[in-house]
Design a protein around this ligand. Structure first.
Ligand SMILES: [Zn+2]
Ligand SMILES: [Zn+2]
Length: 348
């Protein structure tokens, strides 16, 4: 197909300022494919990028890292056929540093250095809140036939949730508490059930909590969280606040595990916790970043089997031109917004 020379895209122009603009359509470089973006979501991390909390992101920047689409053009060295339906994983390592060689390309020692092959899609490279995105093929997962573009936009998110549970060594029958009823927390809660958790409790607040009541065994408002102290085998935190991290650690039983995954941007400090809680409790406190080792591929299999329902986590849909409305709906959590979905390739 012949590609239009220019396309519509969301542009973060500088800290705190964005718009929808016409920009040159990217061309796929070596080892990249050009993806026509069908479904693309806004994430809490995009708020942190716009606020300048990711120093590696340079403005002006085309954001978007939770997306899917179809391949319309390929660069040199790519065998993926045009027409392939793909979901995007966010981290691409250089492939040769010590961390990449361990499969931990999320921790690539060449972070941000494009010339080494490293890419953090939608962070250090242009992302998918645009009609087209040039993406390294190492970041692409073929979507199973039964996974729609809307569901495929969750490729990275479901992988993040699955990796956190694997970090936490979830065993069948265990009591799991998840902090944060946002998109990733709700994927983690559903996956914990799919992996055989004995019970799953979700801690949060507001309209979102009521909306997802049936996905878990019980929901707990943060104001009541102290009744959970010392009760969980595994605690998973995707709330991203200091209070949630502290409460997550207090919720673990002695000898239990806590996986912290919410505070991905700079500037959140943990305070108000007696360290003996961790030491005398013999608690494993683990950080979990993104989804290394191709875990997104397995996550897509679980999605295809219906073990994670992401459709109901998409509370709003917008065309790209209405990005400003979509942004406000998401960032102000209007009408219990969990994820808002944009459809860039469908035009206006
Ligand atoms: Zn995200
Ligand atoms: Zn590397």
């Amino acid at each position: 197909m012949s590609l239009p020379p220019r396309m519509r895209a969301v542009v973060f122009e500088r800290t705190g300022m964005f718009g929808v603009d016409t920009v040159p359509t990217p061309r796929p470089a070596r080892n990249e494919a050009l993806v026509r973006v069908r479904s693309s979501m806004i994430c809490g991390t995009d708020e942190k990028i716009l606020a300048g909390k990711f120093p590696a992101t340079r403005f002006p920047h085309v954001p978007g890292h939770e997306f899917s689409g179809d391949v319309v053009a390929i660069g040199e060295g790519v065998t993926l056929a045009p027409g392939a339906r793909v979901g995007v994983e966010v981290h691409v390592g250089c492939g040769t540093c010590d961390r990449c060689r361990e499969g931990m390309y999320t921790l690539c020692l060449n972070y941000g250095k494009r010339e080494t092959g490293h890419a953090h899609v939608g962070f250090t490279t242009s992302g998918g809140l645009a009609e087209y995105a040039a993406v390294p093929v190492a970041a692409l997962h073929r979507l199973p036939d039964s996974v729609s573009f809307d569901d495929g936009a969750w490729t990275d998110n479901v992988g993040i949730a699955l990796w956190a549970l694997e970090r936490g060594r979830l065993a069948a029958g265990e009591r799991v508490v998840v902090f944060g009823p946002g998109a990733i927390g709700l994927c983690a809660a559903q996956l914990a059930r799919a992996l055989g958790a004995g019970s799953v409790l979700l801690v949060g607040r507001g309209e979102r909590l009521a909306r997802v009541r049936d996905l878990v065994d019980a929901v707990i408002d943060v104001s009541d969280v102290d009744r959970l102290w010392g009760s969980a085998d595994l605690v998973v935190e995707f709330a991203g606040t200091s209070e949630a991290a502290r409460a997550a650690i207090l919720t673990a039983r002695r000898g239990g595990r806590v996986v912290l995954g919410g505070s991905t941007g700079l500037g959140t400090e943990l305070s108000g916790l007696d360290l003996s809680t961790i030491v005398r409790g013999n608690i494993d406190v683990l950080g979990s970043l993104a989804n290394p080792r191709g875990v997104s591929g397995r996550a897509l299999t679980l999605l295809a089997r219906g073990q994670v329902d992401v459709k109901r986590l998409v509370t709003h849909h917008f065309p790209l031109e209405r990005f400003a409305d979509a942004w406000t709906t998401f960032t102000e959590r209007r009408n219990g917004a969990i994820r808002v979905m944009l459809h860039p390739a469908e035009g206006t």
